[in-house]
Design a protein around this ligand. Structure first.
Ligand code: MD3
Ligand code: FE
Length: 209
């Protein structure tokens, strides 16, 4: 379960009912107030993954309160129930209630992968906090590539993530390179609530006022 110090994988953490509830919530956020979109990159490309944000709006490479690159609307609030879910995730992954109680995420990035979507190796370093990232996966299985803090290449470890899996990334690996090189279409049990594709929710602490 522990891949590196502070990096813990908990397979099957969400049961099917909890997965379906998250899918329903994410469908609502995907419609608005800021519709889900392929994020535009500064050099003119677009990401193949589609993203909707809660609490803070992320665009490369900063957090703002309004969705400047979409419709200018304020993003949906980060709900209290998701703070509670994040705390329970940290408590259970680390087996440390104090770590969970001290965790107050204020933003989530919700990524949707269709069968062609990929996420290249990158670091998440817009947050002004070293607090852990909590990741929940729903839908099709994928290859998650967990690298090192120095560069995009080797050494890295490939892990298969499945519907219901929890991953917590903290400690010295918080700023490691990582990505999603492959999604396996049609690999998910429909009981997860998605009719295809993969959903990933990452909760974070921005460290911004
Ligand atoms: C390791 N998402 O949104 S979640 C992202 O499955 C992102 O959609 C992937 O990378 C996805 O930025 C991977 C797991 C994850 C998230 C943040 C991390 C792993 C991390 C930050 C540091 C190290
Ligand atoms: Fe990331």
């Amino acid at each position: 379960r522990q891949l590196a110090p502070g990096v813990v994988h908990v397979p099957d953490w969400l049961d099917a009912a909890a997965q379906r509830e998250l899918v329903v919530a994410c469908r609502g956020w995907a419609r608005g107030p800021v519709p889900i979109r392929h994020t535009r990159l500064p050099r003119g490309g677009v990401m193949s993954v589609q993203t909707v944000c809660l609490g803070w709006h992320w665009q490369p490479y900063a957090y703002t309160r309004t969705a400047d690159d979409v419709n200018g609307a304020r993003v949906a609030a980060f709900p209290d129930w998701m703070v509670a879910l994040g705390r329970r995730a940290v408590t259970e992954a680390y087996g440390d209630a104090a770590a969970g109680d001290g965790y107050t995420p204020d933003t989530a990035l919700i990524n949707f992968y269709d069968e062609a979507a990929r996420l290249g190796m990158h670091q998440d370093k817009e947050e002004r906090s070293g607090a852990p990232v909590v990741s929940l996966s729903i839908g099709d299985n994928c290859v998650f590539r967990f690298g090192n803090t120095e560069n995009r290449g080797r050494p890295y470890t490939d892990v298969e993530l499945r519907s219901g899996d929890l991953f917590v990334f903290g400690g010295p690996s918080r700023f490691a390179y990582h990505g999603v090189p492959k999604v396996y279409p049609g690999s998910c049990d429909p009981a997860c609530g998605l009719r295809g594709g993969r959903l990933n929710i990452t909760m974070r602490v921005t460290g911004l006022g």
